[in-house]
Design a binder for this molecule. Structure first.
Ligand code: FMN
Length: 396
């Protein structure tokens, strides 16, 4: 068993195990928890684990690049930081650490409506790397106030999250009495007291609050059903930058969103935090790719736990991949060092996996890199024939 002092993070599993020991139970459960039976996060991971890549040999793979572009922006890696409300709970100053990592590594960072850093501060620190994620607020005025602030601050990319019409019942949060801001009862105080490595720096730094919302209060249970088709049309008219719609899992929805003028769709089931019976994102991605066409921008998340998973998502049809829980656990495990360690591992693994599948440029990863059947089955070298059967398996 690894000692708590030995906090090097080599994998998402390391990060989670170390964070489980360092974070108060209430905080760990907030990050780790999911809707209802909590089966969806495991389903996401298992489905990605079942995807196989086609090894290739003797190619000229000495020089490789994992750089990738999305929506006209060139990044050094094919992944970014998904929006996560109250991510400041992972460790003292987490928002700053994520923003600095995004800037240093040239990758996008998405600021949640419920983040504990202001819209303006993130844009100041991370510049064009900063994307803003919008929830429909209880009133249209509150929603538009966020959109206007994002525009005034200079954001180019606005993400409308549509898979939280009502926040799901997450039983761990209910049992733990998790609220934002905290309700400090004796049970929570004991939890914090038993985790001083988290609590003391957090005490010094100050409690993270949803600073972009009225009175720094985020009513997690308020309806967000204001995000409907009419609102999407209205937002499209008002927002001249890139509009990305996050939380899409169905082909009819994807087609209608594309036709409403969204610039990109983000295939996601919110990491299983909204619907326990949701299919795995990697099971729906190939069908959504086939429906929206080869050139339409698709972003992907939910269940990505390694660089190899990133490659798989790209092979299944994603243009770009976002990371969620593992980054918060890495921060919780060992702050900036934990985060840097995990991001390094992701980047290195993407590059080494590319070498194994005979790819030099991450932009070239596609369905041809999926394993399509037993050896000898993929005798054809053409991109159009080999991968089809596996794609169908994952859709079906
Ligand atoms: C603690 C936490 C808070 C989140 N808050 C938001 C949010 O405010 N807005 C949003 O669009 N998604 C939110 N998400 C979902 C993530 O953006 C992402 O879709 C999800 O984490 C991907 O699943 P994974 O972490 O299992 O890979 C949150 C996820 C977590 C873990």
């Amino acid at each position: 068993m690894r000692r708590l002092g030995d906090r090097r993070v080599f994998s998402s599993a390391d990060a989670r195990a170390l964070a489980a020991r360092r974070l108060p139970r209430l905080v760990f459960d907030f990050i780790d928890g999911a809707a209802g039976s909590e089966l969806a996060p495991e389903r996401n991971c298992r489905a990605l684990a079942d995807v196989l890549l086609q090894p290739r040999v003797l190619g000229n793979v000495g020089q490789r690049t994992i750089a990738k572009s999305i929506l006209g922006q060139a990044f050094d890696v094919p992944f970014g930081i998904a929006p996560m409300g109250m991510c400041g709970l992972a460790t003292a100053g987490a928002d700053n650490l994520l923003a600095e990592a995004a800037l240093e590594r040239n990758m996008p960072i998405c600021l949640s409506s419920a983040a504990s850093m202001s819209i303006e501060d993130l844009r100041r620190i991370a510049g064009d790397h900063a994307w803003f994620q919008l929830y429909a607020m209880p009133t249209p005025d509150q929603t538009m106030a966020l959109v206007n602030r994002a525009r005034a601050a200079g954001y180019q990319n606005l993400i409308l999250t549509v898979d939280v019409p009502q926040v799901a019942r997450r039983l761990r949060d209910v049992r733990n009495g998790f609220e934002a801001p905290f309700r400090m009862g004796p049970r929570q105080l004991l939890d914090f007291a038993m985790h001083p490595a988290w609590s003391l720096p957090m005490w010094r730094h100050g409690r993270p609050n949803p600073v972009n919302l009225d009175n720094n209060r985020f009513d997690r249970n308020a309806s967000r059903a204001g995000a409907n088709w009419a609102f999407l049309d209205q937002l499209r008219d008002l927002w001249s930058g890139n509009l990305i719609v996050k939380g899409v899992m169905s082909i009819p929805d994807a087609l209608r969103i594309r036709d409403a003028g969204a610039d990109a769709i983000w295939v996601s089931n919110h990491g299983g935090r909204q619907l326990a019976a949701a299919p795995a994102t990697s099971d729906v991605l190939p069908a959504i790719r086939a429906a929206v066409g080869q050139d339409y921008p698709l972003i992907f998340d939910s269940g990505v736990r390694s660089g190899e998973d990133v490659v798989k998502a790209l092979a299944l049809g994603a243009d770009f991949v976002m990371l969620g829980r593992p980054l918060l656990f890495a921060l919780g495990a060992n702050g900036a060092t934990g985060l840097a360690g995990l991001l390094d591992e992701f980047a290195q693994e993407i590059s080494t996996v590319m070498a194994q599948i005979g790819v030099c440029d991450a932009a070239g990863i596609g369905s041809v890199n999926l394993f399509s059947g037993p050896p000898g089955h993929d005798g054809s070298e053409t991109e159009s024939t080999a991968p089809v059967s596996l794609t169908e398996r994952h859709v079906g």
